[in-house]
Design a protein around this ligand. Structure first.
Ligand code: MN
Length: 246
């Protein structure tokens, strides 16, 4: 019997001028190293295609990228909301909602945590540095090598993230100007930076639905502890399908 690896769909980046679909290798290689079969999904808003993708893939990785159109969380776009990717918004919000309905594993990175929260009814800070004035924030847009951790996080005990890091703190990189504001009702925050910014969210009752604000796909090559969330995600995808894999 062939032991198929869990099939993981990775949402793509898209260049609207060049009509180019692409992704950084840290996502692909991270999934492969964690025991999954990574596949870059086509950028599509065709619901028939999306439904077949939902049925045939075992897990979904929402990759990093541009900002989300604020209309999806009931706000006007402010000047400090950045570049928007309309097709990615529609496609990824669809995938996030359906993955939860179907109880299929979902892993959101950076933009991905924001998509998960918005898709399930939460809101975002369009720009933390413009909108949070009651305290001094940390440097969340680091000027350092991308793999280098520049701030710590405090992690909720018993969460998937704390299990992955085997403790209640970790050090992470940071490349974001937005963040989760109001957490969606079905989600819970599971880690925070020292300035109170939410750095991870998890679904309360889902097989595996985790969003992280940092970029583990840029860190695991230097520090294998950052591969553990990839491994937990791929393992959950394998369990959800019920196939064995190495
Ligand atoms: Mn950060």
């Amino acid at each position: 019997m062939i032991r198929f690896k869990p099939l993981i769909g990775i949402t793509p980046w898209y260049d609207y001028d060049k009509r180019l679909t692409y992704i950084k290798d840290g996502y692909i290689e991270g999934i492969a190293k964690a025991g999954g079969l990574p596949v870059l999904l086509p950028l599509t808003v065709d619901e028939e295609l999306l439904e077949e993708i939902m049925a045939r893939f075992d897990g979904f990785l929402l990759s990093g990228g541009a900002d989300i159109d604020a209309v999806y969380y009931g706000e006007h776009n402010r000047p400090y909301n950045g570049e928007i990717s309309p097709y990615r918004d529609r496609m990824e919000i669809y995938i996030a909602k359906r993955a939860v309905e179907l109880n299929k594993p979902l892993f959101g990175i950076c933009r991905g945590i924001q998509v998960m929260n918005v898709a399930l009814g939460g809101t975002l800070y369009q720009d933390i540095f413009s909108q949070i004035k009651d305290r001094e924030l940390l440097k969340h847009s680091q000027n350092a090598p991308k793999w280098y951790p520049t701030h710590s996080i405090s992690i909720e005990s018993g969460s998937i993230v704390s299990t992955a890091f085997e403790g209640d703190t970790a050090n992470v990189n940071s490349f974001h100007h937005q963040a989760v504001k109001d957490v969606a009702p079905c989600l819970k925050a599971t880690s925070w930076s020292a300035d109170g910014i939410i750095e991870s969210i998890e679904y309360k009752d889902h097989i595996f639905a985790v969003g992280v604000q940092w970029h583990p796909e840029l860190m695991w090559q230097k520090d294998p502890v950052h591969l553990r969330l990839f491994e937990a995600f791929v393992a959950a995808a394998g369990e959800s399908r019920g196939h064995f894999f190495k």
